[in-house]
Design a protein around this ligand. Structure first.
Ligand code: SF4
Length: 332
């Protein structure tokens, strides 16, 4: 039976599903997790690989073609390459990406690539090991660099670095990341700090805006120019240095929200569908999946979630309320 695509009340077509496979992580970034005493989900609460596979097979007819695996830290979930293989085998899935902190990547890069993964985003907020530890509250900088080298060696393409920018912390990282992008050919994306931390400590005056970073790179490295081949649905705005060497992206959720071109849905590791990163509501799919509910019931639940999607986050309004679920249990 032909299914209608997932179009919300603002006319946005949804074809991208982000799948959080765990809320566990091996570091403690302050803009995401509490420093200590984190309560993680029990294993039996996590969707199994088979349940994730069933759900993806079910939403392909609704128009989902792109998947991104996230966490917590997805590489702490055992045998992740097996899940990649299962998802890559689903007809209609054209693209699978992964967002990782890179600490375990050097050991898993080959198996993930062999399983069908092609694109990878690596979270790294600083090229200074001391600053790295300030952000993550853990060691591991060299492991991440080894993970990046392994990803290049194995042939992932594209490889992108996600660097969260925080005022008073990362200004000194801007120019080094500019040179890093030029020397390695790896795109660096600066992400404006968002209110999704577990400690509810986000402050607007800690946001380092994309335009400030563009100005800094243009002055101290080389002028940046917007690139033409932008994916209209991608969260990042892409630039290249004037001589064409090195690409820089900006995910400017605060200063230039991109909600009107959003094509993303998210499923949490415990099977809750979220129509937006900042959604206050969730749809429990795990109960349906575990009660062998017919496909129609799950389609109806997914459609209802899309139909209820708001115009966008309300961070720049007085109405904004930070979601109860922190970033590590939603996934990027
Ligand atoms: S904030 Fe929500 S609506 Fe906006 S781009 Fe992110 S997920 Fe989409």
């Amino acid at each position: 039976m032909m299914q209608l695509p997932l179009i919300d009340t603002f006319g946005r077509l949804h074809n991208n599903l982000r799948i959080s496979v765990t809320d566990r992580c091996n570091i403690r970034c302050f803009y995401c997790m509490p420093a200590e005493d984190v309560v993680f989900m029990d294993r039996q609460d996590l969707l199994t690989f088979e349940e994730i596979e069933r759900f993806v097979r079910l939403v392909v007819p609704l128009g989902i073609t792109e998947l991104r695996l996230t966490g917590g830290e997805p590489l702490v979930r055992r045998d992740l390459d097996k899940l990649v293989q299962m998802l890559a085998a689903i007809p209609g899935i054209t693209d699978i990406g992964l967002t990782t902190n890179g600490l375990l990547l050097a050991d898993q890069a080959e198996a993930l690539h062999a399983a069908g993964l092609r694109r990878i985003n690596i979270s790294l907020d600083a090229l200074d090991p001391v600053k790295f530890k300030q952000f993550t509250r853990r060691e591991g900088y060299e492991q991440v660099r080894a993970g990046i080298a392994a990803a290049q060696r194995v042939g992932f393409d594209p490889i992108k670095i996600n660097a969260v920018s925080v005022r008073g912390m990362t200004e000194d990282e801007i120019v080094p990341f500019g040179h890093f992008a030029r020397e390695t050919g790896i795109e660096v994306r600066f992400i404006e700090y968002m209110p999704l931390d577990a400690d509810n400590a986000w402050e607007r005056n800690k946001v380092l805006y994309a335009q400030e970073i563009i100005d800094r790179l243009s002055a101290d490295v080389m002028p940046l120019e917007p690139v033409g081949d932008q994916d209209p649905h991608a969260p990042a705005s892409d630039f290249a240095f004037a001589d064409g060497v090195g690409r820089i992206g900006f995910i400017s959720s605060i200063s230039q929200p991109f909600c009107m071109s959003c094509n993303r849905l998210r499923i949490t590791a415990d099977g809750k569908l979220r129509n937006c990163l900042f959604s206050m509501e969730e749809t429990d799919l795990r109960t349906l999946l575990r009660s062998d509910a017919p496909d129609e019931q799950l389609w109806t639940a997914v459609r209802a979630s899309v139909a209820a999607k708001k115009e966008g986050h309300e961070i720049n309004t007085a109405r904004f309320v930070q979601p109860l679920r922190p970033m590590y249990s939603i996934g990027g």
